[in-house]
Design a protein around this ligand. Sequence first.
Ligand code: RP5
Length: 167
Amino acid sequence: MASEKTAPVAVVMGSDSDMDVMESCIEQLRHFGIEPVVRIISAHRTPQVAAEFADTAAANGIKVIITAAGMAAHLAGALAGRTTLPVIGVPLVSAGGLEGIDALLSTIQMPPGVPVASMAIGKAGAKNAAIFAVQILALSDKDLREQLVKFRRTQQQKVIEKDSALQ
Ligand code: RP5
């Protein structure tokens, strides 16, 4: 795992039970050559650790923070309130929860002044969080920009091939 000093992206999840879904986020980042800092930090169970992480993230070289949490998912907002780094939130489905709607609303409904970029619920959101983080970094990174163009082209080609196979 890359050290916080050099990794530009952090993937922070509220529980180890979120890891199954967030693996797809981590894998997607690796596809673009980014080895993220991965942490399990809970806004509710370890609030002091969350505060310290947010307070030191920028100084540790992190440029984008991706968070993932289920239920009353306050992790993204709790971190966003303590840093000016962009925070991307992935709402997750939890056992006994409300199919992720609870986490979606908790993540997305931020008060004006402290934005969180909320993705879709679950795996799609986890993957998109990685791509969105890359898009942010690509603003000042030509290599990432080129990789994104290639990624989109490959994606487009796959759909066209599937369509052709049906004709
Ligand atoms: C959230 O509560 C976590 O992000 C997780 O999605 C959910 C349940 O956590 P566990 O009880 O599985 O640790 O804080």
